[in-house]
Design a protein around this ligand. Structure first.
Ligand code: PLP
Length: 384
């Protein structure tokens, strides 16, 4: 099982696969058994039971995912939010303080602003671009610093190298939501992050047919988070494990196509007279382009943009496009389009959104693997 494959494309296919193959099966079979015969397990957490995250489909998948980010261990969870909330609650308890990036996936933002205080945990939002301001917000009780690789939906890239240095200097656990980049474009452990969270619902699975999550990091941290999850119960079931295991094998070729399609579309939109501006870190005029080029192997399939005609034009565009499906979420093989103010970030107040630069008319595109000329032809007719 623990062969050290060098390249990520090979790891996607071969890492974590059982050896010898179970009954000779080329594909990991589904182990649809809730519990397993007792074999002298030493502790509660070793009892083989799906909720305890240690059954064959979970183990194989966890080995594969940890290999992708060159980390020691991984844990699969029932959703991206289960990965994020369980990770935070494993390292924060009553009286502790969290530093967290100010632009976040809406669900994470709402969890922080609405729930985390119930457990006596305090927080401050930080501007990922302004490390000098972080010191003023640091407290003796600060335990965790939390970031996103590329912010949703504005695609900002924070000063991630300084985040790691800051965390190490002050003994904080650094956590990053790496969903938007995927391990193809960014591997947080290689840059010194302690933990990387994913909504596997998105790129890792890539087929828009399951909800799943993962957290990847050191063996000690993952063991601690697993023990929390064992009690909270946000476990990924064997059938969803099987689908994620199958989906992730094509991550490299999907992501490569999504990177290049998104780059082509970003340039097309940037040069279009009906478009006011485009947020895509692959564009040279993006404020974080140099940083993104240093950190990432690709700029992902996500971009957002504003039309010159404001909200009315955005609504018209959304109605007129034929190929993209108007739907929330992202990272699948099909192109999706959404207005974040109405979907992913609708849990935030209009004022909170505007403070961060998320206008009601902002359009977010999750670029799929279709032929890019077909997509651009469709955008052209919708924009004209
Ligand atoms: N992180 C990011 C960046 C997301 O975009 C999402 C969902 O859209 C999540 C986490 C939450 O993932 P899930 O819906 O799998 O819980």
């Amino acid at each position: 099982m623990n062969k050290n494959f060098k390249k990520i494309e090979t790891k996607l296919i071969h890492s974590g696969e059982p050896e010898p193959r179970i009954g000779g099966a080329v594909t990991m079979p589904i182990f649809q058994s809730a519990m397993y015969e007792t074999a002298g397990e030493g502790s509660y957490h070793d009892i083989k039971y799906i909720r305890l995250n240690n059954t064959p489909n979970q183990i194989a998948l966890q080995e594969k995912l940890s290999a992708l980010e060159n980390a020691e261990a991984a844990l699969v969870t029932s959703s991206g939010m289960a990965a994020i909330t369980t990770s935070l609650l494993s390292f924060l308890s009553s009286g502790d303080h969290l530093l967290i990036q100010d632009t976040l996936y809406g669900g994470t933002h709402t969890f922080i602003t609405h729930n985390i205080g119930q457990w006596g945990i305090s927080y401050d939002f930080i501007n990922g671009d302004d490390p000098d301001s972080w010191n003023d917000l640091l407290k003796p009780e600060t335990k965790v610093i939390y970031m996103e690789t590329m912010t949703n939906p504005l695609l900002q890239v924070a000063d991630l190298e300084t985040v790691v240095a800051f965390a190490k200097k002050h003994g904080l656990i650094s956590i990053i939501d790496n969903t938007f980049a995927s391990p193809i474009n960014f591997r947080p452990a290689e840059w010194g992050f302690d933990l990387s969270c994913h909504s596997c619902t998105k790129y890792l699975n890539g087929h828009s047919d399951i909800v799943a999550g993962a957290v990847i990091g050191s063996a000690n941290s993952i063991e601690k988070i697993t023990h929390t999850l064992n009690h909270l119960g946000g476990t990924l079931d064997p059938h969803a494990c099987f689908l994620l295991h199958r989906g992730v094998k094509t991550l490299a070729i999907r992501m490569e196509r999504q990177n290049t399609n998104a780059m082509t579309i970003a340039v097309f939109l940037k040069n279009h007279p009906a478009v006011h501006h485009v947020n895509y870190p692959g564009l040279k005029n993006h404020p974080d382009h140099d940083r993104a080029s240093k950190l990432f192997d690709g700029f992902s399939g996500m971009l957002s943009f504003e039309l010159s005609g404001g909200l009315e034009a955005s609504n018209r565009f959304i109605k007129k496009v034929k190929l993209p499906i108007v739907a929330p979420s992202l990272g699948g093989v099909e192109t999706l389009v959404t207005l974040p103010a109405m979907t992913s970030h609708s849990g935030m107040s209009g004022e909170e959104r505007l403070q961060l630069g998320i206008t009601d008319s902002l359009i977010r595109l999750s670029v799929g693997i279709e032929n890019v000329d077909d997509l651009m032809e469709d955008f052209e007719q919708a924009l004209t």
